[in-house]
Design a protein around this ligand. Sequence first.
Ligand code: ADP
Ligand code: MG
Ligand code: MG
Length: 202
Amino acid sequence: ELQIKQVISWMEKTNEKIQSNKEYLTSLDQAIGDGDHGLNMARGFQEVVNKLSSSNYTYVSDVLKDVSMTLLSKVGGASGPLYGTAFLKMSTALKGIETVDYPQFKKAVVEAVNGVKERGKANKGEKTMIDVWEPIVDFLQKQDNLEAKELESTAEKAMEATQDLKATKGRAAYLKERSIGHLDPGSVSSYYIFAALSEVLE
Ligand code: ADP
Ligand code: MG
Ligand code: MG
């Protein structure tokens, strides 16, 4: 069961990880992008936490809606609309549900990945955040209960595997073969999102 206070805590923990790894995310994006991913994410998630702490919620879907709208308006770049879409799809999938159970949450994450793929016109293997989100969906589909530790390690392995991929979407695609050997910045920020989720679910 996923409650409002857990979703808020999920976003707070995500923000902590992003703030403390802001320079790292920037350096990853300097290597194969334009070097703004740390700044984009740090700005966006700080605004998310500010928004959530100054609001009252009845439904998990309303929290996720505010997360989405804040990311859409504050993050910018390619990642803003994509993360905004992910949280908007989760919100829509959980609309009107007061206590979210595991199957409902799983369904919401599936919707989120489908939304990101549609919006980014990308699939698994193109060295984008999808290379973390899709393995997470595959993992969730196999589980009857959410194993927090395994969720974290699944996300970590998926994030690390982006190093060997050649980028065919986003700015890194301009580098072609030269994108190989670097982690995808958006996969690292997505790893923080799922690592934070696993801490909340423990
Ligand atoms: P920008 O590239 O516009 O500067 P960011 O640096 O904030 O935006 O985000 C870059 C990240 O966005 C990439 O590392 C990648 O994970 C993700 N990304 C870029 N393009 C796409 C796409 N078409 N589909 C999915 N994810 C993408
Ligand atoms: Mg960038
Ligand atoms: Mg940019």
